[in-house]
Design a protein around this ligand. Structure first.
Ligand SMILES: [Ca+2]
Ligand SMILES: [Ca+2]
Ligand SMILES: [Ca+2]
Ligand SMILES: [Ca+2]
Length: 156
């Protein structure tokens, strides 16, 4: 039996994944944040999995899962496609359970003009809800924070 913990849905609560040797699957149990876990969601991996690890294999800042089976070639990777954007956009720095504030403005300016480093969540930074992440998203975020106080775009 192998279990690993990682925050798969980016809500600040560690979730669990576990291997099911007999059924050839990996279970993911989402932490409800109140000490209980949601019903396991199973993903077929085959190959009698015996060990599961979590790491960000594709570099999108979301933890993924890999399982290794008794058969040496039975390595499976499950990429995490959980959306990183909840309700409305604008929480560009991806602080969990946080809303759009000045540190998000700093993060967006940094991404666009200074470090050009990748964002933790492209969808989250598309504050105007259209096209790519660009200066018009910065304008929308400034408008949201200081001018009209209009809500930012809904998450896709
Ligand atoms: Ca979680
Ligand atoms: Ca990932
Ligand atoms: Ca924030
Ligand atoms: Ca945009």
């Amino acid at each position: 039996m192998s279990v690993c913990a990682a925050d798969f849905n980016n809500d600040g609560h560690p979730d669990l994944s576990a291997v099911n040797y007999v059924s050839g699957s990996v279970s993911v149990l989402t932490n409800e944040g109140d000490g209980t876990f949601a019903t396991a969601v199973n993903f077929e991996v085959g190959g009698h999995p015996r060990c599961v690890v979590s790491a960000d294999f594709n570099g999108d800042n979301k933890p993924d899962i890999a399982s290794v089976g008794w058969d040496l070639d039975a390595v499976s990777v499950l990429l995490n496609i959980t959306p990183c954007c909840f309700s409305t956009t604008g929480n560009v720095d991806c602080n969990v359970n946080d809303f759009a504030d000045i540190s998000d403005l700093t993060a967006l300016i940094d991404n666009l003009f200074i470090s050009l480093s990748p964002l933790c969540c492209e969808e989250e930074a598309n504050t105007d809800g259209t096209g790519d992440v660009d200066i018009s998203d910065l304008t929308a975020l400034i408008d949201h924070l200081f001018i009209s106080l209009n809500p930012t775009a809904m998450c896709p």
